[in-house]
Structure formats: structure tokens, C-alpha cells
Design a protein around this ligand. Structure first.
Ligand code: AQP
Length: 330
């Protein structure tokens, strides 16, 4: 069976970009593959986090993941820091990855450009190596992620290949699974940027927990493209973005939606997107509220996940320690 691994940071509330680019595929993958899904709190602290908020955000995120449809009987859902083998492997991979290749990561370059390189944490610089460890420690074949992670996945493959060449076949070299549609959901206020938890414009990001009024308002004020035609095409990024969101919310194909909006205007499109989204989010929000009412049960599920994940991680680490030449502990 193919093994799948993916992660999400507890850095803020989950948004539509996370859902469309990643989480909806996590849900379908759990029925077809052996799936490991990780709340990556060690990644979250690469930028400053307030401790109590981080703890609450981790629990909230677990509730959200269960609310969108992850089933703990079908997949292994766990918190990254509960399986310390991730950081052990990251150290070893740090000694395989090079400074030069990490410097080329665009996420790091963007961050360094925004806030002086000297102020960026070493953890942020090194983040892609920890991500490589997250993936390789489970011997994952497939990594479902959004477009923003393509470069990091390429680095993971390079690190795995280099380790295998140096120490003998140890890691599966994973393939990225980046969806053809919805791999980069755009900020509703800035169609040049991806929708993100840390976006500058809160109006541009739809959270899965946004109330109906908030959703309606954000869609109403969403930026549109010039012209009048409602088509999914590269010269119409904002309209394509709205059509993609509507397609996921309603289950209708992009071409059916284009047909249904022929000779109609942007106001009609926005009204349907808002209505479709509200109807789509309602059951998720109900489940989320129910789940958050029982945090002890969420903790129990995460413990089951961590135990399952750690078994696999420990087996990989035993092989890695042997390959790199560490003296076994008696
Ligand atoms: N806009 C997006 N469109 C499609 N997929 C996306 N993903 C993130 N944004 C989009 C995918 O969601 C998964 C989890 O990613 P994350 O936890 O890094 O989420 P984020 O919103 O990118 O988080 P932050 O904290 O706001 O980070 P930065 O500052 O990096 O934007 C991943 O599979 C990701 O590809």
C-alpha cells in the first residue's frame, strides 16, 4: 500500500487554501493509502509563538482536521513534538543537506527580504530539513501538498538520494502530489499572493470557522479581474480563484460553472460563491464545535496516533543510526 505523509502548522486558523490545496486530499487519501498526518508544532516555533496560544491552536487544529473528515481509524493523526524521532533524524539530515541549497529556498529568501536576514531564526532557515525528516522517517511514497511546498519537496528528494548514495539504500524517495486544480488558492484581496494564515490582509483569507456574515462580506469585497467574462484562465487569476472555490464548495466542475455563468456578471458569481461556501462550511463548523466540547477525547485520539507513528519512526531511526556508524547503546 502506498504510504502518504503530510503536515500542517498550528500557526493560526485553517483557511480555504489549506483545505483546497491539501486537506480535502488528505481526507480522500485516507481511504486509499496508509496515511500519516502531522500537526507540525516544531515548525510553528520557527517564528515566535505565544506558548498558551500555541497549545490552544494545536488542539483547535486537531478538532478542525477531524471536523473536515479525517477518521482516526483510517489514518494516523498526531502531533509532531509527540514523536521526538523527527528532531533526531533532522539533526542527521542537517549533516547531509548543505548551507547552499537551504539558502536557495524561496520561502527563506522571502522572509529574509521582509525582515533582515540576521533576524530570521536558525530554525526557520533549517525548517526544510526538519520537513524532510518528517517525510523520510515514515518512508512516505507520496506527499500531498499545495504548490508553495514544491521546492521543499524537491529538497527532500535530493537529501534522500544523497543519504542513500552515501550510506546505502535507506529512504524511499517520495513523490510530491500537487493537485492540478486548487494547488494555489489566492488571497481574495491580492491575487498575486497565496491565501495564507499569516496574510497581511485578513479580508483576503476565508477561515473554515468564519461566520456566514463574514464569508458573505469577504466574498463581496473580493478583488476581481478586468473584463466581464467568467472564465477559468491564467489571465483571470481572481475569477479563476472564485470559480475554483465554488467548484470545491458545490462539487461542480469548472467547465459546468463556466457554462452556467455565460452572459452573467461578477455580482452573480460572487453571490453564488458566498451561498455555496456558507452551505459547505456549515456542517464542518457544527462538527468542529462539537469536537472542541470534548478536548480529552481529542487528546486520546492524538495519543493513539503518536503511538502508531512512533513505532514506524523508531524502526527507521534504528536503521539510520546503524547506517551512519553510531555505536549501539548496550
Ligand atoms: N493558498 C494555498 N493554496 C493551496 N494550498 C495551500 N497550503 C497553504 N496555503 C495554500 C497548503 O496547506 C498545507 C498546510 O500549510 P501551512 O500550515 O504552511 O499553511 P499556511 O497557510 O501557508 O501557513 P502560514 O503560517 O501562513 O505560513 P506561511 O507564512 O508560509 O504562509 C500545505 O500543504 C500547504 O501547501
Amino acid at each position: 500500500m502506498t504510504r502518504v505523509l503530510s503536515g500542517i502548522q498550528p500557526t493560526g486558523e485553517v483557511h480555504l487554501g489549506n483545505y483546497i490545496g491539501a486537506l480535502q486530499h488528505w481526507v480522500t487519501d485516507q481511504y486509499e493509502h496508509e496515511s500519516y498526518y502531522c500537526i507540525v508544532d516544531l515548525h510553528a516555533i520557527t517564528t515566535p509563538q505565544e506558548p498558551e496560544r500555541l497549545r490552544a491552536a494545536t488542539l483547535d487544529l486537531a478538532a478542525t482536521l477531524l471536523a473536515v473528515g479525517l477518521e482516526p481509524d483510517r489514518c494516523t493523526l498526531f502531533v509532531q513534538s509527540h514523536v521526538p524521532e523527527h528532531t533526531e533524524l533532522a539533526w542527521i539530515l542537517n549533516c547531509v543537506a548543505t548551507f547552499g541549497e537551504l539558502r536557495r529556498m524561496t520561502q527563506f529568501k522571502d522572509k529574509a527580504a521582509k525582515q533582515r536576514e540576521a533576524g530570521v531564526s536558525v530554525g526557520y532557515f533549517d525548517y526544510p530539513v526538519l520537513q524532510a525528516a518528517d517525510i523520510l522517517i515514515y518512508q512516505a511514497d507520496r506527499v500531498p501538498v499545495g504548490e508553495d511546498q514544491r521546492q521543499h519537496l524537491e529538497l527532500t528528494r535530493n537529501i534522500a538520494q544523497r543519504f542513500n548514495a552515501r550510506f546505502g539504500d535507506t529512504f524511499i524517495v517520495p513523490e510530491p502530489a500537487i493537485p492540478k486544480v486548487g494547488a494555489k488558492i489566492l488571497d481574495l484581496q491580492n491575487p498575486l499572493a497565496k491565501m495564507s494564515k499569516s496574510a497581511d490582509s485578513p479580508q483576503g483569507t476565508i477561515k473554515l470557522t468564519d461566520s456566514r456574515d463574514v464569508v458573505a462580506k469577504k466574498i463581496k469585497v473580493a478583488v476581481t479581474d478586468s473584463g466581464r467574462e467568467i472564465l477559468a484562465s491564467p489571465d483571470k487569476p481572481a475569477i479563476t480563484n472564485l470559480l475554483t472555490i465554488l467548484s470545491v464548495a458545490t462539487g461542480k466542475s469548472l467547465s459546468d460553472l463556466e457554462d452556467s455563468f455565460r452572459d452573467r456578471g461578477y455580482a452573480d458569481l460572487k453571490r453564488e460563491v458566498a451561498e455555496g461556501l456558507i452551505a459547505f462550511l456549515e456542517p464542518i463548523q457544527e462538527r468542529y464545535a462539537e469536537l472542541l466540547g470534548d478536548p480529552a477525547e481529542i487528546g486520546r485520539q492524538l495519543e493513539i496516533g503518536a503511538t502508531k507513528a512512533q513505532k514506524v519512526a523508531q524502526a527507521t531511526m534504528a536503521g539510520v543510526y546503524d547506517r551512519v556508524g553510531f555505536l549501539p547503546r548496550k
